[in-house]
Design a protein around this ligand. Structure first.
Ligand SMILES: [Zn+2]
Length: 177
């Protein structure tokens, strides 16, 4: 399933449940439905909220340090050699933690992409953007925005650290090679 199809499916489900909620509110005067799995009553608020979240990044802090130095870092299992990107601290195959840090190669080739013009609410302030998956020269697939008007499968790209505006935070993207 493509990124677009997943989002369209989710948005369809959301608008269906909001329509269902309308009739519940008219009948009972309250936006309370029974949750499907547990049958517990659930208050459903239809107001949209701006989501700000904090996630613990201690275990992957080397990734952010890398970005500041213009490097895109991955983790590598010292036992089986598997490379993980986005970096993760555990190798599920070997069941060990504290993996080694390695820099991702910059050369890749686009294997799939999608142009996102129907954006999720938290991305609505961006222009249309292209999300692509590139197979990197170390064999690892990376998902990132592609900074190019023209993208095609097989296109050679470089993985680069960039500043995402208007927020101004460091991230990574593909640019045409
Ligand atoms: Zn391993």
């Amino acid at each position: 399933m493509s990124v677009n199809e997943v989002r369209e499916k989710l948005q369809k489900e959301i608008s269906q449940s909001i329509r269902g909620l309308d009739s519940v509110i008219r009948a009972s005067g309250l936006p309370i439905i029974n949750e499907q799995k547990t049958n517990n009553p659930l208050w459903v608020d239809v107001r949209e909220i701006d989501l700000r979240y904090q996630i613990p990044v201690k275990k992957v802090s080397k990734f952010f340090e890398g970005l500041k130095q213009g490097k895109v870092m991955a983790t590598k299992c010292p036992k089986c050699g598997s490379i993980y990107f986005p970096p993760q601290d555990d190798c599920p195959k070997c069941k060990i933690s504290n993996l080694d840090w390695v820099e991702m190669p910059e050369d890749g080739e686009i294997v799939a992409f999608t142009v996102v013009n129907v954006k999720p609410p938290s991305f609505s302030h961006y222009q249309d953007y292209v999300v692509g998956i590139a197979k990197m020269s170390n064999g690892v697939n990376v998902l990132a925005w592609v900074n190019s008007k023209e993208v095609r499968v097989g296109m050679k790209v470089k993985l680069r650290v960039t500043k995402r505006e208007p927020e101004g935070y460091l991230t990574y993207e593909f640019i045409p090679a």
